[in-house]
Design a binder for this molecule. Sequence first.
Ligand code: SAM
Length: 151
Amino acid sequence: AVLQAGLLKEGMCAVQDESAGFVVSVVDPQPGETIMDCCAAPGGKTLFMASRLAGQGKVSALDINKGRLRILMEAAKCHNLDDIITDIHGDLRLYAKESTVKYDKVLLDAPCSGLGVLSKRADLRWNRQFEDLEELVCLQDELLDSASLCW
Ligand SMILES: C[S@@+](CC[C@H](N)C(=O)[O-])C[C@H]1O[C@@H](n2cnc3c(N)ncnc32)[C@H](O)[C@@H]1O
């Protein structure tokens, strides 16, 4: 019924995993706050956080992937949240070194192995190598350090 009524297309509602939404409850965005979403695209959490600001405050959505960031801003427009969300295209590690801007709250949803969702991504059982995980842990560590500089 939601699909047939066009509610998703019109930005009247969005679908999200309970666990993804729970992260936003932890951030607990309050009107007037500035929030940095460090690995934001495609933007499920960005949109949810922006909608919780009730028109006051800003969410900066940073991501290294331009295409995914474009999808995020299209969704922001569709949900009438594009005046609350600012997209920043770049590598968080460089951004954090160069920028002096500080935010009230910072969310880091770093790239992950996906091993926690094997029931949905069965292919990962065969596509993940041990070396990939080592590389990923190193990246997550660097991103965590960089995210801490935004606060
Ligand atoms: C788990 S996904 C984020 C999902 C997103 N938070 C959401 O709720 O829709 C991880 C994201 O990190 C981005 N990423 C990977 N390395 C990055 C880096 N060095 N700097 C910024 N973003 C990065 C990827 O492009 C990817 O979009």
